[in-house]
Design a protein around this ligand. Structure first.
Ligand code: PLP
Length: 315
C-alpha cells in the first residue's frame, strides 16, 4: 500500500472510488446569504453514502487493503468512521470488524450492524479501544484503518476537493471545514494548496482545541478530548501525518467557535437550507457566520456529516 500523500495518489483514489460514491450537490439559501452578507455555497456531504465524508477515505482504504490480499479490515469507532468502513467493506466484499465502545449511540451501532460489520464491544476509554482493536487485528490478520492519521484515508478524502473544484472552482475564494483529528482537513488543504493556492482553506474548531497555538507556536492542546456538541471532532490532537500539512497550508487560518454559535448555525441550516446536518457540520458554518474574515467574499462550507440522533432536540 502506498505510503505517499500526493496529488497523483489523490487523483488515483478519486478514480478508484468515484463509481461507488455520490458526487454530492452544492446548495445555497438567499436567507443565509443575507445573514452572512455574501453568497455562501454549501457542499452537501451529509448526503454522501453513510451520511459523511468518511466513506471516501474508508472506501479507498478498503479497496487498497483488498488489493493487498488483506483478510479483512478493522477499526475502532463509536460513529461515522465505523459506519463508513463497514459500508465500504460490504460494498467490495471484504470482512470487517469494528471495535465499539460500550457507550456508543444505538443509532450508530445499528448503522454498523446494517452494513454487516462484526462488532466487538470494549470499554469507552482510548486505551481499551486501542488495545482491543490491536488484539483483534492480530488475531484476525485484518488491516487496521486509522480514522485520520492514515495515508489511504487522507488520499481518499481528496475526492471531495476534486468535486468542489469541478462544481464551483470559479465561484469561490475560500473553503471552510471542521477539524478533528485532521485527516479531512489535511486532505483538502493539501490538494487545494497544490492545485489552487488562490483558494484559502480555513479550519474551524471548537474553541478549546487551540489548534492555532499548535500550528504557530508548537504548543499542543492541554487535554485529549474536547467537551463539545460536535461529536465528530471531540479528539483534541491532530494526527502526526496531518500536523505538518496543516502547518504548511493553514497556519493563520484557524477559526475557533463557541458552543452557542454551533447551535445557532445548526438551527439555521436545518430551518433555512432545510438540511438535517449534524453538529460537526454546523461547526464549519458557524466559522463563516460569526467569524468570516473581512476579505472573504465567496466562501464554500463543507457540510461534512448528517448522522444525528433523531432524539436530538434544538432549543
Ligand atoms: C462529521 C464529521 N466531521 C468532521 C470529522 C473530523 O474529521 P477529522 O478527524 O479527519 O478531522 C469527523 C470525524 O469522524 C466527522 O465524522
Amino acid at each position: 500500500m502506498t505510503t505517499e500523500i500526493s496529488v497523483a495518489e489523490m487523483r488515483a483514489a478519486h478514480k478508484r472510488t468515484a463509481p461507488f460514491l455520490h458526487n454530492t450537490p452544492i446548495m445555497s439559501s438567499e436567507n443565509i446569504n443575507e445573514k452572512v452578507g455574501v453568497p455562501v455555497l454549501f457542499k452537501c456531504e451529509h448526503l454522501q453514502k453513510t451520511g459523511s465524508f468518511k466513506v471516501r477515505g474508508a472506501l479507498n482504504s478498503a479497496i487498497l487493503a483488498k488489493e493487498q490480499e488483506a483478510k479483512g479490515v478493522i477499526a475502532h469507532s463509536s460513529g461515522n468512521h465505523g459506519q463508513a468502513l463497514a459500508w465500504a467493506a460490504q460494498k467490495i466484499g471484504l470482512p470487517c470488524t469494528i471495535v465499539v465502545p460500550d457507550n456508543a449511540p444505538i443509532s450508530k451501532i445499528d448503522g454498523m450492524k446494517e452494513y454487516n460489520a462484526n462488532l466487538v464491544f470494549c470499554e469507552s476509554t482510548v486505551t481499551s479501544r486501542e488495545s482491543v482493536c490491536a488484539e483483534q487485528a492480530e488475531k484476525l490478520e485484518y488491516y487496521f484503518v486509522n480514522p485520520y492519521d492514515c495515508v489511504s484515508m487522507i488520499n481518499g478524502h481528496a475526492s471531495i476537493a476534486f468535486e468542489i473544484l469541478e462544481q464551483a472552482g470559479d465561484d469561490i475564494d475560500s473553503i471552510f471545514l471542521s477539524v478533528g483529528g485532521g485527516g479531512f482537513a489535511s486532505s483538502v488543504a493539501f490538494l487545494i494548496g497544490n492545485l489552487r493556492p488562490d483558494i484559502e482553506v480555513f479550519l474551524v474548531e471548537p474553541e478549546d482545541k487551540q489548534l492555532s497555538n499548535l500550528l504557530a507556536n508548537n504548543v499542543p492542546c492541554p487535554v485529549d478530548t474536547l467537551n463539545t456538541m460536535a461529536d465528530g471532532v471531540r479528539v483534541a490532537h491532530v494526527g502526526t501525518l496531518c500536523e505538518p500539512i496543516l502547518r504548511k497550508f493553514c497556519t493563520g487560518k484557524v477559526i475557533s467557535v463557541k458552543e452557542e454559535e454551533i447551535k445557532y448555525a445548526l438551527k439555521l441550516v436545518w430551518t433555512r437550507l432545510k438540511q438535517r446536518i449534524e453538529p460537526s457540520a454546523a461547526l464549519a458554518f458557524a466559522g463563516v457566520l460569526y467569524h468570516k474574515p473581512e476579505h472573504v467574499k465567496r466562501p464554500l462550507v463543507i457540510l461534512c456529516g448528517g448522522n444525528v440522533d433523531t432524539s436530538y432536540v434544538i432549543d
